[in-house]
Design a protein around this ligand. Structure first.
Ligand code: DI6
Ligand code: FE
Length: 402
């Protein structure tokens, strides 16, 4: 066997199959950036002489983490708004008064592509420091053709600057920009007729997203957008049922969406529709926590229906200024009562599925990219249990330690 690197004497958390796929004393062999073997150390292929070998000294190896829902690229921040909320204003009141998402739109429009890259890099580095090897980045704070293009170019630039896989999502339907105030249907037509073709022409978007909510876009408008996206061959996903139940989960499922995200107000029918369509439920406990939501996502209904559950930081300036997958897992366990296995699957296997990338990453299985996180812990539960402590020992992206 020709190979480049072997990691021996590790506790593997392969995430293959349904649970954690743990292997007490395991080894991972890397060849050409991909996993050539992941299994018991005792059965590791022999004749690997000459290749680099690392003794992991019993550390835990998981798949590299995947943050499948972020708004990483934006201008400015919303610390002032955070203070207003501490004085009693609600997220929706601030949004309706022209603050909220629109204040970040102003700052993002004022920023150059280089400014956006520079301000996103420290956030990206914080994620990488906790073992992230794949990240999804949405636009949605530009809301003109030029500013959406600028945002996604900045997102794509990040992957030339750091060893990480980046997928990009067009979220032009995030908010109604001031120049279209009161004309949401006209703005959706603009997204469909101007933004999507421009982004598609530059191949800047891997998927299309929308915010279906009373303060954003109606189910009918989303339906039109998704029909257009799919006719361009772009998969869809949806910010659904975050603040109220507009049956966004079922709408996403109807369009065969990769994922529906947030889902606090989703009902059992929505959960069942998602399971049937293979639409992954992306749960975002950071936003739930930061907005002090009371309505829990229907975890029991997802389990009963067999809906796949992923987790993500939702890193954004307004509802989840969060760049820690480890803290996100702890929040999912503490606030949503998700199990350790569900939390880890949420940032690995199910996150990969939510991006349509399960064939490439998300588990430690032969043929996938050798995207690994090596942790100085004794058991995977420690990754979920601790708060504000980062035990990452090494991050491997496509076989390269970095
Ligand atoms: N839901 C959210 O929680 C974020 N976007 C969305 O559609 C909030 C974005 C922001 O407040 O800037
Ligand atoms: Fe979001």
């Amino acid at each position: 066997m020709t190979a480049d690197h072997v990691f021996r004497n590790a506790r593997l958390v392969t995430m293959a199959g349904e649970g954690m796929g743990a292997i007490e004393r395991g080894a991972v062999v890397v060849a050409g950036g991909r996993i050539a073997y992941a299994g018991p150390d005792s059965e590791c292929p022999t004749g690997l002489s000459g290749i680099e070998s690392t003794d992991c000294e019993g550390r835990v190896i998981t798949p590299g983490l995947i943050d499948c829902h972020t708004h990483l690229v934006f201008g400015g921040n919303r610390a002032r708004e955070f203070e207003m909320r501490l004085d009693g204003a609600s997220y929706e009141e601030i949004a309706r008064a022209g603050g909220g998402i629109l204040s970040t739109v102003r700052a993002t429009r004022a920023a150059s592509e280089d400014d956006l890259v520079a301000s996103a890099l420290p956030r990206l580095d914080a994620l990488l420091a906790e073992g992230v090897t794949t990240i999804e980045i949405k636009s949605g704070y530009g809301l003109t053709v030029a500013d959406e293009v600028k945002t996604l170019r900045a997102a794509r630039k990040l992957r030339t600057m750091r060893p990480v896989s980046v997928t990009t999502t067009a979220l032009g339907a995030h908010a109604i920009p001031p120049e279209f105030a009161g004309r949401s249907a006209d703005y959706i037509a603009h997204v469909i007729n101007e933004q999507l073709p421009a982004l598609a022409a530059e191949n800047l978007a891997d998927a299309v997203d929308a915010f279906c909510e009373g303060i954003a876009f109606s189910p009918d408008e989303v339906d039109r957008l998704f029909t257009a996206a799919r006719s361009l061959g772009l998969p869809v996903k949806l910010h659904a049922d975050q603040l109220s139940n507009l049956h966004g989960a079922a709408l996403a499922a109807k369009h065969g969406a990769l994922s529906a995200d947030h889902l606090e107000y989703t009902d059992a029918e929505g959960a069942a529709a998602m399971a049937k369509a293979g639409t992954v439920a992306v749960l975002l406990p950071g936003a739930f926590y930061f907005l002090r939501e009371k309505q829990l996502p229907p975890i029991a209904a997802f389990r009963a229906a067999g809906t796949r559950m992923a987790l993500a930081t939702d890193c954004n300036p307004g509802s989840s200024p969060l760049t820690s997958p480890l803290l996100t897992m702890n929040m999912a366990a503490t606030l949503f009562r998700m199990t350790v296995s569900e939390c880890l699957a949420g940032f690995t296997r199910e996150a990969a599925r939510a991006l349509g990338k399960l064939g490439e990453t998300g588990t430690l299985e032969v043929g996938k990219w050798a995207d690994l996180a090596i942790w100085s812990v004794e058991s995977p539960a420690e990754l979920v249990y601790r708060m504000g402590f980062n035990p990452l020992h090494a991050r491997i992206w496509r076989g390269k330690p970095c």
